[in-house]
Ligand binder design. Structure first.
Ligand code: GDD
Ligand code: MG
Length: 346
């Protein structure tokens, strides 16, 4: 069994965070995001992994290298211009000689992939798609299924009439098990998508196309600031248990600072007296000056938070400078190197 991670999107909905950091390696609990996907692949003994890239591929390769530090063997393929999800799969055809797990590179889950693989084999499926129930289906691919999980219909991000016609709350979770025959449905070199081209073609041609429904596992697409922040809160809440074999980071915190037990503080941070930090994740090398307050937020590496500044329910990129008494109120997303002068309110 091999895996292909689709990680070539521009991450536009996660801007400004993705201007200098491609979405697949944005830090989640201070770890590059793709490591969580490598964890679930390795747990299913899938260690032959191809990363399909297009946007800032060198940055990703620089961080993950040959994968040996993470117990997998990584191969990189970069399209010169984005070929779409299925075009990228076809582009990887030479590397994919057997049944392949395909993952959207922005899904945080603790799903046991072995169960999906078993289901795929049992059904003798050509393609298996992992699905789950959500309240609002409009931002996803909607999957209608029949007896035994056979897929009857797939509608990507339905709007208007299409939205009212879908009779399902079940959506595409962005995880597929595909037999190599699926490659034959895709023209080489063309921009093609699983969602708009390949899934409808599988249905048209009557291939055995099945849906495996997630139940009892955690799942979230981290591709918007709101979801990225929620994923952190879920992790801090213990709603998803992830492996963390990193050593406890060393940082310097004044005894008269108040850091709640759930917050995570990165290596080499300095926390001065009177600081209050709760329900937050602080990246390495952040300096938090006296009486600053950080609540429900995620801060990337090397920022400086000046005296009595307040940051609530926000995301602060790398190397920002938040001036003294500045207030960053709920919902802000500050790109790398943002400077807020003293007393600024955003
Ligand atoms: N290599 C490559 N080339 N990767 C791509 C390309 C491309 O041209 N376009 C997108 N990707 C990657 C993205 O990096 C991302 O990891 C994944 O494919 C899915 O793209 P998104 O842009 O995040 O799609 P989405 O979230 O709007 O919708 C998809 O995911 C939903 C689940 O979160 C669809 O698959 C929906 O059907 C699904 O419900
Ligand atoms: Mg997505």
């Amino acid at each position: 069994m091999q895996a292909l991670i689709l990680a070539g999107g521009k991450g536009t909905r996660l801007r400004p965070l993705t201007v200098y950091t491609p979405k697949p390696v944005v830090p989640v609990m201070n770890r590059p995001f793709l490591l969580y996907q490598l964890d679930i692949l390795r747990a299913a003994d899938v260690t032959d992994v191809t990363l399909s890239l297009s946007y800032q591929p060198d940055k990703i390769e620089h961080i993950l290298a040959d994968g040996s530090a993470f117990g997998v063997s990584l191969r990189y393929l970069a399209e010169s211009s984005p070929l779409g999800t299925a075009g990228a799969y076809k582009f990887a055809a030479d590397a994919l000689r057997e049944t392949t797990i395909v993952l959207n590179g922005d899904i945080l889950t603790d799903l046991d992939l072995n169960k999906v693989i078993e289901f795929h084999k049992e059904k003798k499926a050509t393609a298996t798609i992992v699905v789950m129930e959500v309240e609002d289906v409009s931002r996803y691919g909607v999957v209608e299924t029949g007896v035994g999980g056979i897929v009857d219909r797939f509608v990507e991000k339905p709007e208007g009439k299409a939205l009212s016609s879908v009779a399902s709350k079940t959506i595409n979770a962005g995880i597929y098990v595909l037999e190599p025959e699926v490659l034959e449905l895709i023209e080489p070199g063309a921009a093609r998508s699983f969602e708009y081209d390949v899934f409808p073609a599988l249905l048209d041609k009557g291939y055995p196309f099945y849906a495996y429904e997630i139940s009892g596992s955690y799942w979230r697409d981290i591709g918007t600031p709101e979801n990225y922040l929620k994923a952190h809160h879920d992790l801090l809440d213990g709603k998803i248990i992830v492996k963390n074999d990193a050593e406890s980071p060393m940082f310097e915190a004044a005894t008269r600072s108040d850091i709640d037990k759930r917050s995570v503080i990165g290596e080499g941070c300095t926390i001065k007296p009177g600081v209050r930090i709760s329900n937050s994740v602080i990246g390495p090398g952040v300096y938090v000056d006296e009486r600053a307050v950080i609540e429900d937020s995620v801060l990337w590496a090397h920022s400086r938070i000046s005296t009595a500044a307040e940051i609530r329910s926000s995301i602060v990129g790398r190397s920002c400078h938040i001036g003294r008494n500045a207030v960053v109120s709920a919902g802000c997303v500050l790109g790398d190197k943002t400077t807020l002068t003293d007393y600024t309110q955003v």
